[in-house]
Design a binder for this molecule. Structure first.
Ligand code: CU
Length: 174
């Protein structure tokens, strides 16, 4: 009997801890840009500003899998004539982009779309992407369905969505 009571009390403490963690993280996420759909969470969609005449652009985001995984199967956006999912291939020491059919979101893991890796390719942009602005991007998931997120436009050489302030004049070497 004593064990049962202890277990019950522990469960209560645990669920309180979990709900506290959730409320804290969703508040932080509001600022960063977080979208829940089905079992997955989309974090921080961002893109690089395109200097001069608009051509191609890239958009990046993190997708967190829940209890079950999912698959990102397609993307759509009005800012570009064509939108594709891309990955990189090392061909004789040269990194080349290639189109991929889908990006797996592992259960309990993350799929990262980032510079130098998987990304959303925005082909033939209809207008230049300006730093500080944002645009909608619709993601298609095998299980979670369609999710439209707002992509924040960071600086031309940005490497991620967060650490952009005060580094505007920093040159990125590739
Ligand atoms: Cu690409």
């Amino acid at each position: 009997m004593k064990n049962l009571i202890t277990a019950g009390a522990l469960a209560l403490v645990l669920s309180t801890a979990v709900s506290l963690t959730l409320s804290t993280s969703s508040r932080a996420a509001d600022m960063a840009g977080m979208y829940k759909a089905g079992d997955i969470t989309i974090i921080n969609p961002w893109a690089r500003a395109t200097p001069g005449k608009p051509r191609n652009g890239g958009a990046y985001l993190t997708i967190k899998g829940g209890a079950s995984g999912d698959e990102l199967t397609g993307v759509e956006s009005d800012v570009a004539k064509k939108t594709q999912l891309h990955g990189h291939n090392n061909e004789n020491g040269v990194m080349k982009m290639r189109q991929v059919k889908a990006i797996t979101v592992p259960a309990g893991g993350m799929a990262m779309l980032q510079p130098g890796g998987y990304h959303v390719m925005l082909m033939k942009l209809k207008y230049a992407l300006k730093e500080g602005e944002s645009f909608p991007l619709t993601l298609h998931f095998a299980k979670a369905g369609k999710v439209t997120v707002e992509v924040r436009i960071m600086s031309v050489g940005a490497m991620n969505a967060g650490k952009n302030t005060g580094h505007g004049k920093m040159k990125m070497k590739h």
